[in-house]
Design a protein around this ligand. Structure first.
Ligand code: SF4
Length: 625
C-alpha cells in the first residue's frame, strides 16, 4: 500500500506532531516551507498537510480530529511588535509565514479600533521597518527573539477577547484520502511526540541556539495540541468572526470519517503529563485517565500510583479489618448474567439464614476479634423494610459493639421499592434500626451501556449513586467498588471512576475504593481481561483518578496474596478484611482464604507494617500477631 504524503513545516511547535511520523509505515513526511504547505495540499502534491486554519477555506478539506496546534493564552510565537503603541499604527507589515495569523492580527487590531494598512513583507524586513507608526507581525520561531518597545502576544489577546483558545494549525486532508487507521497513526505519532517534548526542545536549542528550558516551557506550557470541544469552540469563533469581518470566506468544518462536532473528540494529552499529574495528586480529566488506562506501561502507572499512595499514607502502615461477610439470603429476582450466587425463590438451594445460624456466625466472628459484620444478600421479593429493621435491632441488642456494615445500594433500592417507601425514609428507618455503614457492592460498572448488558434488571447507575448520596447525606459512610472484566472499555471504567469522584466531591462519604475482576466460573457471561496485570492496571488508574478517596483496598480474595502484595506497591494501602466467610465470589470459583496472622504476614512480607482498623479507617490497635 503506498504511503500517504503529509506536508509539514519545521517550526518547533510542529515537531511534537511530526517527530513520531519519522519511519512511519503509513505516512511519509514531506518537509515544506510554511507558505508551500497549503499550496501542496491544494495542488494535490500531498494527501494531507499541517496547515494554518485559514487554509481550510481553500478547498473541501477534511480535518483530522483531536489534533491541532493552538494556545489558550499567551503563545509567544505570534506577536505584533513596534516601536510605538499599536494604537497609533497606520501600517502593519505581515510576515508571510501564516495566513491565520494575518487574520488574527486584523481581528485583534479591529477589536482595538485600529485599522492600519496591511502590507505583506518578509519578517526580518518588516521588523526592521517597524518604527514610528509602523508595526510588524512576526510568526514562528523568529518571534522568540523579538525585542521591541511594544509587543502584543496575539494568543493572549485572542483569549482575552473571546475567553477561548486560539487554534493556529491542524492536519487537513484531501477528501477521502485519510482513513481512520491513518488518524490513529497521526494520533499515535502525536502522543509519542508529546512524550518527548523535553528532548525536542534540547535538540532544537542545540541546532538553532537558544535556551532549551525556554523551548521546553513553550512546548509544554504554551502550545496546546488537542482539538476537543473547547478548542473547537475557539476555532469556530475565529472562523465566524473572520467571515463576519470579510477577512475569510464563510466555511463549514468537515472531519475525517464523519467525526462531527457533536461527537466527543478525545483531547490529545501526553502520557508523561498525565502520569506526572496523577503522581502529583493533580486532578486527571477523563481524557487523561483513558489514556493512562489504555496506554501507560504498567511499571510507570504503578510508580505514579505508588507516589500517590506514599503521599496519602506516608507512615508505611497497611491496614486491615477483622470482619465477617454474612450473606443472609441467596434468593434473588434480578438474575444478573455475571452472578453464580443467586437462586430463584423455591429453588432447592435457596435459603434465608435463621437467627440460630446468624448467632453462630456472629459469635464466631467476635471470638476471632471481629468488629464488623458485612451483611449482604440477594434481592428477596418477600423481605420488606420491617424484616430488616427487626434483624438490625436484634443484632444491635445482642452485639452492641459490632459495626453493622450492611446492604449495598441495590438492596436498599429494592427494599424501598418492595416497601413502597421513599428512599430517604427507607434509609432513615434502617439507620434507626442499627445500620452503621454501607458496602459499595453492586456498582459493577457505573455506565448504563454496560449495566444493561450484564445486569438488565439491576438499578441504573444514577439510582446506585442516588442511594449513596442519600446515605452519605444522612451521615453514613460507605465504600465504593468496581467489578471489571465484563467486556467494558476503558471509557466505561473511567466514566465509573469519574462519577464516583464527582459524588465524593459532593459528600465525602466514601472511605475506600475496592476493585476486582469478574469471576466467570458458573456464570453465563464470558470474562474479558481479568489477568493480574489488568487488575494492577485498574487499581493504579483508580488510585490516580480517585484523588479524593483516601483508601484503596487490595482484593486478595479474588487475586490471591501475591498479586495483592504487588498492588500495595501500585496504589493500595489496605488489605481488606480477613476472610472468615464469603459466598459470592466463591460461588464463581474463587476460594482464597486468610486469617489475621496470614494477612499480617503478607503485609509484612510486602515491606509494610500491619495495622488494624475499623470501617472509618480509624486505627483500633496495631498488629495482633
Ligand atoms: S449480583 Fe446480586 S442482584 Fe445480581 S443476581 Fe446476584 S445476588 Fe442478585
Amino acid at each position: 500500500m503506498p504511503k500517504l504524503r503529509a506536508a509539514a513545516v519545521s517550526f518547533l511547535n510542529a515537531h511534537p506532531l511530526t517527530v513520531g511520523l519519522e519511519g512511519s509505515d503509513r505516512i511519509e513526511l514531506v518537509p515544506a516551507e510554511p507558505s508551500r504547505c497549503a499550496a501542496m495540499l491544494e495542488d494535490g502534491e500531498v494527501d494531507l498537510a499541517l496547515v494554518s486554519v485559514a487554509a481550510l477555506t481553500k478547498g473541501e478539506y477534511e480535518i483530522v480530529p483531536g489534533i491541532a496546534i493552538g494556545a489558550d493564552g499567551p503563545v509567544q510565537t505570534v506577536v505584533l511588535a513596534g516601536e510605538q503603541s499599536p494604537a497609533i499604527w497606520d501600517e502593519v507589515f505581515l510576515d508571510t509565514a501564516s495566513r491565520t495569523s494575518h487574520v488574527l492580527a486584523k481581528l485583534v487590531l479591529d477589536a482595538m479600533g485600529v485599522h492600519p494598512k496591511f502590507t505583506p513583507m518578509h519578517a526580518d524586513e518588516g521588523l526592521a521597518r517597524a518604527k514610528g507608526t509602523k508595526g510588524a507581525l512576526v510568526i514562528g520561531d523568529r518571534a522568540f527573539g523579538v525585542r521591541a518597545n511594544h509587543v502584543l502576544d496575539l494568543g493572549r489577546e485572542w483569549t482575552h477577547l473571546t475567553g477561548l483558545p486560539m487554534i493556529f494549525a491542524l492536519w487537513a486532508a484531501r477528501p477521502g484520502r485519510v482513513s481512520p487507521e491513518d488518524v490513529q497513526e497521526l494520533t499515535r505519532a502525536a502522543q509519542h511526540g508529546l512524550g518527548v517534548r523535553t528532548e525536542l526542545a534540547q535538540r532544537f536549542a542545540a541546532q538553532k541556539g537558544g535556551d532549551p528550558e525556554r523551548f521546553r516551557r513553550y512546548l509544554t506550557q504554551r502550545i496546546r495540541y488537542g482539538l476537543g470541544p473547547h478548542e473547537l469552540d475557539g476555532l469556530e469563533a475565529f472562523l465566524g468572526r473572520a467571515a463576519e469581518k470579510g477577512f475569510l470566506p464563510p466555511m463549514k468544518l468537515r472531519f475525517v470519517d464523519d467525526v462531527v462536532r457533536t461527537t466527543r473528540t478525545r483531547r490529545l494529552v501526553s502520557l508523561d503529563t498525565a502520569l506526572q499529574k496523577g503522581a502529583d495528586g493533580e486532578r486527571l480529566d477523563a481524557d487523561e485517565a483513558e489514556l493512562l488506562d489504555e496506554k501507560a506501561p504498567l511499571l510507570e502507572l504503578g510508580l505514579a500510583a505508588d507516589a500517590r499512595r506514599r503521599a496519602l499514607h506516608p507512615d508505611g502502615a497497611v491496614t486491615y479489618i477483622v470482619s465477617r461477610n454474612v450473606n443472609y439470603t441467596n434468593v434473588c429476582t434480578t438474575a444478573c448474567h455475571f452472578c453464580a450466587f443467586y437462586r430463584p425463590r423455591g429453588h432447592k438451594e435457596a435459603y434465608v439464614l435463621d437467627r440460630d445460624e446468624l448467632t453462630r456466625k456472629i459469635d464466631e466472628t467476635v471470638a476471632l476479634g471481629g468488629i464488623e459484620i458485612l451483611l449482604q444478600g440477594g434481592l428477596h421479593p418477600d423481605l420488606g423494610v420491617e424484616w430488616y429493621e427487626d434483624l438490625f435491632r436484634w443484632v444491635k441488642a445482642r452485639w452492641p459493639a459490632i459495626n453493622l456494615h450492611a446492604l449495598s445500594p441495590e438492596e436498599i433500592w429494592h427494599i424501598a421499592r418492595t416497601s413502597e417507601l421513599p428512599l430517604d425514609d427507607t434509609i432513615a428507618r434502617l439507620i434507626a434500626a442499627g445500620l452503621d455503614s454501607i458496602p459499595g457492592g453492586g456498582a459493577e460498572i457505573l455506565d448504563d451501556e454496560v449495566r444493561r448488558r450484564i445486569a438488565p434488571l439491576k438499578c441504573s447507575s444514577d439510582e446506585w449513586l442516588s442511594v449513596m448520596r442519600a446515605a452519605h447525606l444522612k451521615g453514613l459512610r460507605s465504600t465504593a467498588t468496581m467489578m471489571f472484566g465484563v467486556g467494558e472499555e476503558p471509557r466505561h471504567r473511567v466514566a465509573h471512576l469519574v462519577r464516583l469522584r464527582e459524588l465524593q466531591d459532593e459528600t465525602r462519604g466514601f472511605t475506600a475504593f475496592i476493585c476486582w475482576p469478574f469471576q466467570s466460573a458458573n456464570t453465563r457471561l464470558t470474562a474479558s481481561d481479568t489477568s493480574a496485570q489488568a487488575y494492577l492496571r485498574v487499581n493504579a488508574v483508580s488510585r490516580l483518578v480517585l484523588d479524593n478517596v483516601p483508601n484503596l483496598q487490595a482484593s486478595w480474595v479474588t487475586m490471591g496474596g501475591g498479586v495483592a502484595q504487588a498492588s500495595l506497591h501500585m496504589g493500595c494501602n489496605d488489605f481488606g478484611s480477613v476472610m472468615i466467610e464469603e459466598n459470592v465470589v466463591s460461588a464463581a470459583g474463587t476460594t482464597f482464604q486468610m486469617d489475621a496472622e496470614e494477612v499480617e504476614r503478607h503485609i509484612r512480607d510486602a515491606g509494610f507494617r500491619p495495622a488494624r482498623r475499623n470501617m472509618r479507617y480509624e486505627r483500633v490497635g496495631d498488629a495482633a500477631a
